[in-house]
Design a protein around this ligand. Structure first.
Ligand code: GLU
Length: 289
């Protein structure tokens, strides 16, 4: 089997050490086995995407010696493929339109007494899941903006029990409630991360998805979508993150920690990669195991 891996940054900021580690893991796994290392720009994040960041990411990767194969893929060039996948899910009644604003969702959390876990991992209270069809159609007809959400309950019933094998965490049973009824198509762009990533991992024939452990919960949704869309299931490797001196994950807003800043400060590529070494070694254990 030819191994295909990918590094999938969002061009919404500069690469930092966490990205360098993610790219290095995917690069090494491909190179160890004469496989293919893909670069995919996940550029569907609307106004946060900036043209300069595509180039800066590519420059940093080249400078680090983490050269990718073939042309980089931009998700914005793949919208028709996401639309087709969304249509399939829609025909099977596995998604529903959601008209809630962020504010309404917060009010609903307050009403039902659910404490949101955080900005990104709050579970949608499924307010629109049982909206009568006529009411939804009426809202759509009156141009009220809506997103499409996965009906995880119906999806889980159809897909049946699922597992995935993670090279770092071992065998994991899919829990459809891990993230709840996630958005698969945003109001503005007609797709969203979870849908685009599974459609593209299949399109790029990715055999090994390597990425930070912060995305482990997303994989529950990704496995579900692969089953529903009849897509092949890659092997997963969620790796530990590079942390800063306070034990916090690195963020794009900390530009002083960026690869560009380290480079401008006179560091060599190997000195920068050495800063990822201890976490990288932990990852290698997973990859060879
Ligand atoms: N685009 C995501 C990020 O920059 C990575 C997605 C993935 O590896 O699946 O965090």
């Amino acid at each position: 089997m030819m191994i295909h891996t990918r590094f999938a940054p969002s061009p919404t900021g500069l690469m930092h050490l966490g990205h360098a580690l993610a790219a290095r893991v995917a690069f090494t796994l491909a190179r160890q086995s004469n496989g293919i290392f893909h670069l995919r720009h996940e550029d569907i994040d609307g106004p946060r995407v900036r043209e300069e960041f595509y180039n800066r990411i590519e420059e940093d990767l080249n400078w680090l010696g983490l050269n990718w194969d073939g042309d980089p893929l931009r998700q914005t060039s793949r919208i028709p493929a996401y639309t087709a996948a969304l249509r399939t899910l829609r025909e099977r009644k596995l998604i529903y339109p959601c008209f809630c604003t962020r504010r309404e969702i917060q009010q609903e959390w307050a009403r039902i007494g659910a404490a949101p876990h955080g900005e990104n991992d709050s579970i949608y209270p499924a307010t629109c899941r049982n909206l009568p069809a006529e009411e939804a159609e009426m809202k759509i007809a009156s141009d009220i903006p809506y997103a499409w959400r996965l009906d995880t309950q119906s999806a889980a019933k159809i897909a049946g029990p699922l597992v995935f094998q993670d090279l770092h965490f071992g065998k994991i049973t899919v829990n459809p409630d891990a993230l709840g009824d996630v958005v698969l198509a945003r109001k503005d762009i007609g797709t969203a991360y979870h849908l685009a990533v599974v459609v593209d991992d299949a399109f790029q024939k990715i055999t090994h998805v390597t990425r930070g452990e912060d995305l482990l919960a997303s994989t529950h949704i990704h496995r579900l979508l692969q089953a529903l869309l009849d897509l092949p299931e890659p092997i997963y490797h969620h790796h530990p993150l590079v942390l800063d001196e306070h034990g916090q994950r690195l963020a794009k807003r900390n530009e002083s920690q960026s690869i560009a800043a380290l480079r401008a400060g006179g560091m060599t590529p190997s000195a920068v990669l050495a800063l990822t070494e201890s976490v990288f070694q932990k990852n290698l254990l997973g990859l060879s195991g």
